[in-house]
Design a protein around this ligand. Structure first.
Ligand code: HMG
Length: 445
């Protein structure tokens, strides 16, 4: 049977950074440890003056196509996942194709293009669309290009300002993939929620604390749904578990919830029983509130056990290294988490081919999706091509006033004139607006 999955991945980080404990916390009169220890963030990435969702997406896609030796004719669809679009009609994928056509001799007129929207989960949904298209045999030997690109900005002074970020992930979905193979089993948890939304506005309306509860509730449903079609999961089934990562502290909560679920009725629960007791069972409590309180106490104990901490350090922590440095990239975030884990494994000289990942995607509004992936034979060569460490190293370090300027530059309701902080080289840049208010782009050698 033909396998289908992610053949190649490329990451493009916004070229500026905001040091959260060092620059942002003092300016807000906050304790830097809220960022380092609480949210688990060191820096947020920001787009320079000449960057936006199109340039970041097109630059990631160009690098990916170049190193894979691809021509436009090899690509049969271009799907962009974003929640930062600036046009309600013309999809970002047309702009990205337009950019790429500036540097390729051939065009993408044959390629089906679209834009996916469901908050942060849209990147995973676009991969699904590509998977289904290839599995249905409609791809005529071509691959799909999926680009997840966002400028995750919040209104200044709002609680979300602590968890911003900007960047793009380009992924090639193909038959016989080199990176990871997708499977048919999926679990969903989906409900009409108003935790985070942008009703015709650029910056989100967000109920931060509730959004965290909704994330966990939908993720739990997705896990149960996944188990109903796959198997009862055990913590040792997966080498890594990349989650949607709005900030690493959120994943700390999701990881603990997942672990508690997976160890129920296993030898791990038995082994830990002497130390922290057995998990509360609903039937043992008079009402739901008492049961929930008992579960919370159990989780507090579980979190402190060596067994849990070792599992977390091996399975979850390696997925967070890039997120810690870039913040939330919305649609790209879970795909950055996967790349972080594979990169960590390659750096440790591990052999992963054939091993399993469990991927937990989430989008506010709200929907979670869980699926398993199998690491493919070519993963190490593929992941070695990422230059994300160099990108992060070379970012311009904004002071607080410069951060406010950059925020204003990318605020759709403002027109400000700010000098660029870095010099573009060998990349697409925003070049102003055309006669119909469309955004214009050019390639800078
Ligand atoms: P906040 O008020 O900035 O922070 O809100 P806080 O006071 O709640 O502190 C954050 C954590 O740091 C807490 O940890 C504190 O205890 C800890 P917790 O109790 O939660 O474990 N802390 C400290 N730790 C050590 N030393 C200290 C210290 N001070 C505090 N000195 C919030 C945080 C996340 C709510 C806010 O940033 C926000 O509204 N963010 C935007 C919404 C968001 O990211 N939600 C996440 C789930 S929803 C999601 O992921 C979807 C999303 O990506 C959108 C989409 O799908 O499109 C957002």
């Amino acid at each position: 049977m033909t396998t289908v999955g992610i053949d190649a991945v490329e990451i493009w980080a916004g070229k500026c950074k905001l040091d959260l404990p060092g620059t942002f916390a003092p300016a807000k009169d906050e304790d830097p440890d809220k960022y380092r220890k609480g949210l688990g963030l060191e820096n947020s990435s920001f787009p320079d003056v000449y960057e936006d969702i199109v340039t970041m997406g097109a630059n990631a896609a160009k690098r990916l196509m170049e190193r894979e030796g691809l021509e436009p004719d090899d690509i049969g669809r271009i799907d962009v996942a974003t929640e930062s679009a600036f046009d309600n009609s013309k999809p970002v994928s047309t702009y990205i194709a337009g950019c790429l056509e500036e540097v390729y001799e051939d065009d993408f007129h044959h390629a089906n293009k679209g834009e996916r929207k469901f908050a942060c989960i849209a990147g995973t949904q676009s991969i699904d669309d590509a998977y289904n298209w290839i599995k249905a045999g409609r791809n005529r030997g071509r691959s799909a290009l999926v680009v997840a690109t966002d400028t995750a900005l919040y209104a200044r002074g709002s609680s979300g300002e602590a968890t911003q970020g900007a960047g793009a992930v380009a992924m090639l979905i193909s038959e016989d993939p080199d990176l990871v193979e997708l499977s048919t089993e999926q679990g969903y948890g989906s409900a009409d929620e108003t935790d985070f939304l942008k009703p015709n506005q650029q910056f989100p309306s967000v109920d931060g604390k509730r959004s965290m509860q909704v994330y966990l509730a939908r993720m739990r449903e997705a896990v149960e749904d996944f188990e109903s079609v796959a198997w009862d999961m055990h913590p040792e089934d997966f080498t890594y578990i990349p989650f949607h990562t709005p900030f690493p502290g959120m994943v700390r909560k999701a990881g603990l919830l997942g672990y508690r679920h997976m160890i129920r009725d296993t030898e791990i629960e038995d082994d830990l029983a002497g130390e922290i007791g057995r998990q509360p069972r609903e039937g043992e409590y008079e009402d739901w509130d008492a049961y929930e309180a008992a579960i919370r106490d159990y989780m507090d104990e579980l979190k402190g056990t060596d067994r849990y901490q070792a599992w977390y350090a091996d399975t979850i922590d390696p997925t967070l290294s890039i997120a810690r440095e870039v913040g939330n990239w919305y649609t790209g975030s879970v795909h950055v988490a996967r790349a972080s884990a594979l990169k960590a494994a390659a750096e440790q000289g591990r052999e992963l081919a054939g091993e399993k990942l469990l991927v937990g995607s989430y989008g506010s509004g709200a929907q979670a999706e869980i699926h398993a992936e199998t690491v493919a034979d070519g993963w190490k060569e593929e992941i070695a091509q990422l230059n994300i460490d160099d990108q992060l190293e070379q970012r311009y370090d904004l002071d607080f006033e410069e951060y406010e300027q950059i925020h204003d530059v990318h605020n759709h309701d403002m027109t400000v004139d700010v000098e660029e902080f870095t010099t573009p080289e060998g990349e697409f840049v925003f070049a102003g607006r055309g006669r119909m208010n469309e955004r214009l782009y050019e390639y800078v050698e």
